[in-house]
Ligand binder design. Sequence first.
Ligand code: FCB
Length: 466
Amino acid sequence: MTSSAPSPTLLLPGDAFPPTFEWGVATSSYQIEGAVAEDGRTPSIWDTFSRVPGAVHNGDHGDVACDHYHRMPQDVQLIKSLGVDSYRFSVAWPRVQPRGRGPVNPAGLAFYDRLVDELLTNGLRPFVTLYHWDLPQELEDAGGWPNRDTAYRFADYAMMVFDKLHDRVETFTTLNEPWCSAWLGYHVGVHAPGRQDFQASIDAVHHLLLGHGLATQRMRAAETTPHRYGITLNMGTADPAEDTQTDRDAARRADGMGLRLYLDPLRKGYYPQDMVDELAEQGVTLPIEDGDMEVIATPFDVLGVNFYFGQDFSGVDEQGRTVDDEGSPVVRSVFPGTERTAMDWPITPERFTQLLVRLHRDYPGLPMIVTENGAAFDDQADEQGYVADDDRTAYFAEHLAAVAEARAQGADIRGYFAWSLMDNFEWAYGYDKRFGIVHVDYETQKRTPKQSALRYRDTIAQFRSR
Ligand code: FCB
């Protein structure tokens, strides 16, 4: 690892994190692997979507990405050099089960088998995400997540991964950010598969949650030793922009569609009534069948929290209207007047504490792990590829302090994974936005830890030595 940069540890109280706290770095399959046509892998919705003109910045795609598929052993050494406990990665469904139906593809599954062994040999714990958005294209052609059958297909696929890895992997999380799959993929259309159909996106919400429940039930039924099961949600905070009833309603709606629509069924077994009523007013219904809510509310062990920023909401649009062209109440995001990242996202660490404490209060009894947190900035690499990323380093320092504060206020947070191990394919933004704590030169595939990686390593070491 580069040692040219000064690397003081963060100024966190000595007891901010216990020695048992789980420290990690995170990635996902399509964002780093490349090798999209190797060893039997078939296209996912992101292979297809990234070919749609204008869908992804600069026409970028994941064909090569970080070439992790071929560089996995070196990447595991890189992870080890950071001194983390765990590595959160996702499994590509179309590698393991090409076309999303039929038998397992041993050659595709073997990659994750090797990865798990490589991690364990190097003293690293694998933390598996089963679905980080690479749905086999054929399942989208058959209707995708709005089609109920996809939930059952997902549970079958989950068992293929579980059967192979459960003897060595303790933690299986089902979905990464179902809000993004449903809302961005089927309603807004800026993520794969790029559809714009509100009813379809609400159908997708229900079937994603159903798939999570079915997979969790089947994995638990098949286990011979205890495992940890979970799901990762992306969440922010939604405060009223002004202290008015209109803005309070807008904030309630944003929180309802972004957070309660997922966590209420998962933890309480029913969808939030205010959201069900408002969807009905727009002619949209949740496709619930008998027994579904029990499946969705299957107990799980850990909630993965992905946090990037919090926002305020106004119920009045720029033209002063409270109802939009479709007749829906206006829910307009208003960013707090803070510094922004290269994504133009506001930097709001205090809202991270607010979110974590609120989750602890409203959904008690559920241990949490921060499965993603991080920031893109316009990095300037020197000739060696080193990035003195003061901005990202500060982002991590402030957000780790925010986690420590939430813990001090009683929130049960057991771990933290930095997003991301290395620069990678940032979905619709392509390679333009760099979230890595390790810089990637895409011409040479050279990896160089940034200052933020060195600080992260030292921060972890600080709590280890206690
Ligand atoms: C999250 C995704 C992750 C990455 C970060 C920046 O929504 O889970 O893959 O793109 O945002």
